[in-house]
Design a protein around this ligand. Sequence first.
Ligand code: FES
Length: 198
Amino acid sequence: MKNPWKDLFKNPLIENPLNQPSEHSRRKFLFKVAVLLNGAVGAVLAVPVLGYLLGPVFKRNDSYNHWVPVGNLEQFPPGETRLGRYRNPEGTPADGQTRTLPCWVRNIDNTQFQVFAINCAHMDCPVHWFPQSKLFMCPCHGGVYYQDGAVAAGPPPRGLYQYKYKVAGNQLMIWAGELPTLSTQASVAKPGSKTCLG
Ligand code: FES
């Protein structure tokens, strides 16, 4: 008796319609389209991941920062802490007044300064200076800082962020652009700490 499967395995193109030449080329075409689509989706998904992973490699240090004036020296009498203002160098003209940012300037002895970011090191609320008690206080969760920016009480895990500064002629300049973050060194206790000087 003749085996009906014998011919099929011998020459599958005869019986299997999926192996007809036109069907075969359509399957190849669809396979290529699927590979191309998957490649395109993979490339789109890879861009942000690669950007995240390689960004720090290509980012120049302090690329956003510039020296900007924060005021004349007369605005900051020795032994006092006053509010200073600077124009964010990374802004655009459309930013208007929002481009002007505050900071606290402490003139220690006319040769040494400390320039503090306005934002609390806990959750970024603006801190206020109280000259009577010589303390910075945060209205949000009761954080308190000494006049040199070190933590006195409350939840802040570190001292106030500080800007690098330099004196140019009659101007006090700070190194600003990027808002201070945890990667920026903060005051711990010592006034005029070298880590914060320009
Ligand atoms: S934000 Fe200042 S203590 Fe929480």
